[in-house]
Design a protein around this ligand. Structure first.
Ligand SMILES: [Zn+2]
Length: 553
């Protein structure tokens, strides 16, 4: 689908004629002014609008206007951020009506800082008792995330391993995460629960909730039997800030409404300070449209200045490639990617015509179970609006691990006092909230009925590898190669139990086919001593005794 640049539609006919003459006489028309940069410069109001969209056709029509849609919609509305007068004029020209949810988003930020100071004071004087596991009273800056993860690794050396993802961000920042488990440095075949935050820069609570769950697990290991069990049986991986460049720009208020990454020109790294320049505010790739699954389909734009720009090709961006590499190197049986806002628990598929996934029964059951605790709506991704190239559009169809997008709360980054409410629940979910939903996701991770298990005998110390190569198709059918390559080490007892995703991908299950894992048994040097093909369905367990490997190890 094509998204003509907005300014084309706004040029009055007379001016268009002048430009046409100019083009004919080889005079270059100046680039159109960036409406966002202009709105900031002119101090025009940046507003959150609820656009009336009574029919599905209205929603589709609104999407083609390529405005900055919030991740929030209902049966009859979609929320949109309007940057100054031009966006409002554009909506009016297109015949839309709306109500104003927030008449001054920049002013709202000043109010938020005052609220945060009051909240910090209330916590300090113990007027508020239910504080977050980390005790924080204000949104983290980027360095706080890095420092917190390093401190946890230092404090809990046998339970926390800090790691750096494969690619630096476009501005050259290292992107880190932590693995949390009992005996975290032992590669023991536990299933993995992956939690992600801040794909989208302005969605600050998405990083906070991710970090707080890590603190909670560590603080309550040995205290809360559910959490003790989770650390015994699962490896929980946290990447709280997937998009550090964008987040830093938003959090330091350089450009608070930043959503995307810092790609200014396709194929080129930004120069120092370029991303922060007001003329470049609209540029960037939407990392949550850049994954290969159905890449380039509905709900993603071809324009670099659109807030849903998919990028020039699938996985063109280092930040999305990082998550691809991370998921491909672990048996991630459950995944939550945190976003704001809309109070939703979203599962696949992301676009309506895809049809239900072959796992719809358990996928829905888990989504509903989590939503009952945080009070959100449990629904298909496309019920928000059609999307393609999102994290789970790739991860679910490539691995079979059940992936969810959580859209928290009712604005991008409200006063910080809302974060404890999101975490512990408030109103009808008081005392539960997302903490309980996350625990349910962690317990789903270790539930063998929800993944596959391969067990058997093998020589202690041998490296076992499960590997699979295939192609993921983009929307237009281009094949993007994927390699899932995961390892574990046979424990000292000489038997192993590996919790993995099913060998057949959902997309192949849908077509009635089967696939197998290639299981190899190797010396630590990498020398392969035995190779087996293993076919195992969801909820099933198979035995593979590696006798040839044992005889030659
Ligand atoms: Zn988001």
């Amino acid at each position: 689908m094509s998204h003509p640049a907005r300014w084309h539609k706004l040029i009055p006919l007379a001016l268009a004629a002048v430009l046409a003459v100019g083009a004919g006489s080889q005079v270059q028309a100046a680039a159109p002014p960036d409406p966002k940069a202009q709105a900031y410069q002119n101090a025009e109001l940046i507003q959150l609008l609820r656009i009336n969209t009574p029919t599905a056709a209205d929603k589709k029509r609104l999407q083609t206007l390529d405005l900055d849609q919030a991740e929030s919609s209902g049966k009859n509305f979609v929320d949109v951020i309007a940057y100054g007068n031009q966006d409002r004029r554009f909506l009016k020209l297109a015949g839309f009506s709306w109500s104003v949810l927030e008449d001054d988003l920049v002013g709202a930020d000043r109010d938020r800082e005052a609220d945060d100071a009051a909240y910090a004071k209330a916590v300090a004087t113990k007027a508020i008792k239910a504080t977050l596991p980390s005790g924080r009273t204000a949104y983290r800056q980027l360095a706080d995330y890095t420092n917190n993860m390093a401190a946890l690794a230092l404090q809990y050396p046998t339970k926390v391993k800090q790691f750096t993802l494969k690619n630096s961000s476009l501005e050259g920042r290292a992107i880190s995460g932590i693995e949390v488990s009992r005996d975290v440095n032992t590669s023991s075949g536990k299933p993995v629960f992956l939690m992600l935050g801040l794909h989208h820069a302005r969605e600050w609570p998405s990083g906070e909730l991710t970090m707080e769950f890590a603190y909670d697990l560590l603080k309550n290991d040995g205290v809360d039997s559910r959490i003790t069990n989770i650390l015994d049986k699962a490896r929980v991986i946290f990447v709280p800030v997937v998009n550090p460049d964008g987040f830093n720009l938003s959090r330091t208020l350089g450009y608070e409404m930043k959503r995307k990454n810092c790609r200014i020109t396709n194929g080129q790294l930004p120069s120092a300070g370029q991303c922060a320049q007001s003329a470049n505010q609209s540029r960037g790739v939407d990392l949550n449209r850049n994954y290969s699954g159905f890449w380039g389909g509905p709900g993603a734009s071809t324009s670099l200045t659109s807030e849903t720009y998919r990028g020039p090709s699938a996985f063109s961006e280092p930040e999305s490639r990082n998550i691809q590499a991370l998921v491909s190197a672990h048996q991630v049986t459950t995944l939550i990617t945190n976003h704001t806002y809309s109070n939703l628990v979203l599962r696949e598929p992301g676009y309506a015509s895809a049809g239900n996934t072959p796992d719809e029964a358990i996928y829905k059951a888990l989504g509903d179970q989590m939503a009952a605790q945080n009070g959100y709506e449990s629904q298909f991704g496309y019920e928000l609006y059609d999307t393609t190239g999102t994290t789970e559009d790739w991860s679910y169809y490539a691995t079979g691990g059940l992936g969810f997008t959580f859209e928290h709360g009712s604005s991008f980054h409200p006063a910080f006092s809302n974060v404890p409410n999101y975490y512990f629940g408030s109103g009808s979910t008081a005392g539960k909230g997302n903490r309980e939903a996350f625990l349910i996701a962690a317990e789903n991770t270790i539930n063998p009925a929800r993944h596959s298990v391969i067990t058997g005998s093998g020589p202690a110390g041998a490296v076992l590898r499960l590997k699979k190569s295939f192609n993921t198709k983009t929307w237009n059918g281009t094949n993007i190669p994927d390699v899932l390559d995961t390892t574990m080490v046979v424990p000292s007892g000489g038997t192993y139990s590996w919790h993995a995703n099913p060998s057949t991908r959902p997309i192949v299950v849908q077509q009635g086919g089967t696939e197998s894992w290639t299981l190899t048994c190797e010396r630590p040097s990498g020398e392969v001593l035995e190779t087996r093909q293993v076919t195992v369905a969801r909820g099933a367990s198979v035995t593979a005794d590696l006798t040839t490997c044992a005889a030659n190890f």
